[in-house]
Ligand binder design. Structure first.
Ligand SMILES: Cc1ncc(C[n+]2csc(CCOP(=O)(O)OP(=O)(O)O)c2C)c(N)n1
Length: 321
C-alpha cells in the first residue's frame, strides 16, 4: 500500500533526524570496524532505516520494542542510549551489558528496548510474553516485535501469531522484508510471497508497505496502534526494504553473485534519508546534521576512553545468584 499524509515541519525534522542519526551511526560503525576496536560482529541496517523510524516515531515512551541481531536501528529509533551502544560494541564496561554482549544483543530497559538475540525468530515469542504480561496487568502499552523475512519461516513465528491472536495481545508484528536471508532470496524459500495472506489466516489484520516511505509506515503504524490499544488484538506490517551492505560486516556483497547492484541502485534512488532531508529547509538540515555529528563523536570518544570490564566480570551473570 502507498499513502501519504502531510506532516508538519517539526515531525519532518524529527523523522529526518532519526533517519540520519541511524545512517551516520552505522556508517561510523562500518568505518571503525576494520580497526578491530569494535569487538563484536555487526549487522548493519543501512538502507532499511525508514522501517524502524516510521514504526517507532508514534510509540509512547513506555511502549516496548524487540529487535533482532540487526538491532541498531530499532534500538536508536526507540531512544536507546548512543554512548552505551558504542561502548557495548567496543566491549567496554560502560556498555549496555557491561561490554559482554555486543552489537547483536543490545538492550536498554530504561527506554523499553528488550534485549535482542542472534537466534533467528527467538525474539518474537519473547516480545509476545511481554505483551501477555502487559495484558495480564491491564496496562495500556504495546510491544513491537521487529524481525526479518527469514524469521517468518520459523515454526515459533506461527505459534506466536496464533497465541497473540487467540489472547488478543497488544503486539505489533513488523516484518522487515529485505528480500534475503543471508544469501537466499525469497523466491528460493517461499512458495508464494503472500506473507500478509498467510498472517491473515490467524485473524490478524496485515498490511504490506511496498515503497519504504517513512510517512506511510508511520501512518500505518498509527492506525495499527489505535486498533491494538482499543483491545482489538495484534496487527502485522510487512515493510519491503533493502539491505545495502553485506549480511554481516561493513562491506558489500554484490560480487558474490546472488544479487544485483542494479537492485541496490533502484532502492538508493528512493533513499529515505535523502528524500526526507531534501524536504527540509537547508539551514535546518545543516543544523541537524551538525548536531548528529557532534553526538556521534561524543559517543565514540566515550567508548574509546571507557575501561574494559575487569577479569572477574567473566564469572558474573553466568549463574543465577
Ligand atoms: C535459528 C537460526 N537459524 C539459522 C541462523 C543463521 N542465520 C543468521 S541470520 C540468518 C538470516 C535471517 O534472515 P532474516 O530473518 O530475513 O533477517 P535479516 O538478516 O535479513 O535482517 C540466518 C539463517 C540463526 N542465527 N538462527
Amino acid at each position: 500500500m502507498t499513502r501519504k499524509n502531510d506532516i508538519d515541519t517539526a515531525t519532518g525534522e524529527r523523522l529526518y533526524r532519526m533517519l540520519r542519526l541511524i545512517r551516520r551511526v552505522e556508517e561510523e560503525v562500518g568505518r571503525i570496524y576494520p580497526s578491530d576496536r569494535i569487538k563484536s560482529p555487526v549487522h548493519l541496517s543501512i538502507g532499511q532505516e525508514s522501517v524502524a523510524v516510521g514504526v517507532c516515531d508514534p510509540l509512547r515512551p513506555d511502549d516496548v520494542v524487540s529487535a533482532t541481531y540487526r538491532s541498531h536501528a530499532g534500538y536508536l529509533a526507540k531512544g536507546g542510549d548512543l554512548r552505551a551502544m558504542f561502548a557495548e560494541l567496543y566491549g567496554k564496561a560502560t556498555g549496555n551489558a557491561g561490554g559482554k554482549a555486543g552489537s547483536m544483543h543490545l538492550v536498554d530497559m530504561a527506554h523499553n528496548v528488550l534485549g535482542s538475540s542472534a537466534v533467528v525468530g527467538t525474539t518474537v515469542p519473547i516480545a509476545l510474553g511481554y505483551a501477555f504480561a502487559i495484558k495480564q496487568r491491564k496496562e495500556d502499552r504495546v510491544v513491537v516485535a521487529f524481525f526479518g523475512d527469514g524469521a517468518t519461516e520459523e515454526g515459533v513465528f506461527h505459534e506466536s501469531l496464533n497465541f497473540a491472536s487467540l489472547k488478543k495481545l497488544p503486539v505489533l508484528f513488523v516484518c522487515e522484508n529485505n528480500h534475503f536471508a543471508i544469501h537466499q532470496p525469497l523466491n528460493k524459500r517461499w512458495a508464494t510471497d503472500q506473507i500478509c495472506a498467510r498472517v491473515e489466516t490467524y485473524g490478524i489484520p496485515a498490511e504490506r508497505i511496498t515503497d519504504a516511505n517513512t510517512e506511510t509506515i508511520r501512518d500505518c503504524t498509527q492506525e495499527a496502534l489505535a486498533n491494538i490499544r482499543s483491545g482489538q488484538g495484534p496487527a502485522f506490517l510487512e515493510c519491503l526494504t533493502w539491505r545495502w551492505r553485506e549480511h554481516v560486516g561493513p562491506g558489500e556483497d554484490y560480487d558474490a553473485g546472488f544479487r544485483d547492484r542494479s537492485a541496490l541502485e533502484a532502492w538508493q534512488e528512493k533513499d529515505e534519508v535523502e528524500r526526507m532531508g531534501a524536504a527540509l529547509d537547508g539551514a535546518s538540515r545543516s543544523r541537524i546534521d551538525a548536531e548528529i555529528e557532534a553526538e556521534i563523536a561524543d559517543a565514540i570518544e566515550f567508548a574509546e576512553r571507557s575501561p574494559f570490564p575487569e577479569g572477574k566480570e567473566l564469572y558474573a551473570h553466568v549463574y543465577a545468584e
